[in-house]
Write a protein that binds this ligand. Structure first.
Ligand SMILES: *Cc1c(COP(=O)(O)O)cnc(C)c1O
Length: 378
């Protein structure tokens, strides 16, 4: 068989559409019929279902995961002079948002086994920042990287000791759980994304905020609609145009019906990779007492040469891969001016030898076996 003519899709939204069947069209048609494209009834229905799904007291949907992070920090008044601690190994949005608000991201190193933020280094960075006297330690953004939970009990204890606001960047991990509870309660606020490739993806941009705090939820609702007060033309604060489209809410409602089954499928694929790849690469360590949402499944090689050679060989076998992330954020030109010059040895090293494999609910067992076989002896 000419496998290169039959490449495995890295992401397969068409197969998912076919699997969802008529429910998706029915949901979209209902929106076209009622015509309430902004904050239509599907938005409130989705917020209720998402809150129930992760047992959060409040869910406020917004226009993207990035806007969710921004609204959460705006609600706390984070701004100039504030230090926001976050991992140096994450998607750019996590670090972009503090800078947009005039605050300063302070990059923290990661654990090489789980790729999650390193609590000991967080503690050191807070102490350094406090000693420096230029920035006020203000907030910690924990990222549930690749779909596994960040070390929340440790992060919360450190944040409490220093009086910091905690924000869970759960963009890659909606549906994951820690100690038997779905993510959504680990921090003062949880932000997620419905970008199409995330575990719960819309057909466009979208996001949501979760909190147990009614006052925060009310602020988020105000901030997503230009800081409105009790009525539309009562402007209480500077906000954003940050609402989730009704059409995206309709798509997400259809997708929620199959989401648990999709999470189970992602977990089964992760286990198959764990079992099949350990001889050829370092498989990701499991965060204790957790279930991942497996937005990304990434393995580590000994060095960059081995990673790059394997990537080329897999490509020739019709197995697509991706590198998340080829450069830690503190090495990105956009963050050079804000970065204090700290070295993050683990993030810097991991970036040179990590490789992400296809993982999505429509990957069948034959395709998973093909990915594993492509690693095998040639
Ligand atoms: C995708 C992502 C975001 C941003 O989400 P968008 O919906 O694309 O704005 C933020 N943080 C992380 C870790 C992400 O992976």
């Amino acid at each position: 068989m000419d496998v290169s003519a039959n490449p495995i899709p890295f992401l397969d939204l068409k197969a998912q559409q076919a699997r969802l069947g008529p429910s998706l069209r029915a949901r979209i048609d209902a929106v076209l019929a009622h015509g309430q494209f902004i904050l239509g009834p599907e938005v409130a229905e989705l917020e209720a279902r998402l809150a129930a799904f992760c047992r959060a007291a409040h869910c406020v949907t917004v226009s993207s995961g990035t806007d969710a992070l921004q609204i959460a920090l705006m609600a706390e008044g984070v701004g100039p002079g504030d230090a926001v601690f976050l991992p140096g190994f994450t998607y750019t949005a996590t670090a972009e948002v503090p800078l947009l608000l005039g605050a300063t991201p302070v990059f923290v190193d990661i654990n090489p086994a789980t790729f999650q933020i390193d609590p000991a280094h967080l503690e050191a960075r807070i102490a350094e920042t406090a000693r420096g006297g230029k920035l006020r330690p203000r907030a910690v953004i924990g990222v549930d990287l690749f779909g596994q939970p960040a070390p929340w009990p440790e992060l919360r204890a450190i944040a409490e000791r220093h009086g910091l606001f905690t924000l869970d960047d759960c963009a890659q991990a909606f549906g994951a759980s820690l100690h038997g509870t779905r993510l959504g309660h680990e921090a003062h606020a949880t932000a997620t994304s419905f970008f199409p490739s995330k575990p719960l993806g819309a057909y466009g941009d979208g996001g949501a905020l979760f909190t147990e705090d009614a006052e925060r939820a009310a602020l988020y609702r105000s901030l997503r609609t230009h800081g409105e007060g009790a009525s539309r033309y009562d402007v209480q604060r500077i906000g954003m145009n940050g609402r989730l489209d009704t059409l995206q809410a309709a798509v997400l409602l259809a997708k929620l019906d199959v989401f648990e089954a999709e999470l189970a499928r992602r977990e089964a694929i992760a286990r198959a990779y764990d079992a099949g790849l350990g001889d050829y690469a370092t498989i990701p360590a499991r965060v204790a007492d957790s279930a991942g949402a497996w937005a990304i499944y990434a393995v580590l090689f000994e060095n960059a040469a081995e990673r790059d050679a394997t990537q080329a060989r897999l490509r020739a076998e019709g197995v697509p891969t991706a590198i998340y992330y080829p450069k830690p954020l503190h090495h990105q030109p956009a963050y050079a001016a804000a970065h204090d010059g700290a070295v993050l040895p683990v993030a810097e090293d991991v970036a040179t030898r990590i490789l992400a494999l296809p993982i999505h609910p429509d990957l069948d067992n034959d395709q998973v076996a093909r990915v594993i076989a492509a690693f095998g002896p040639v």
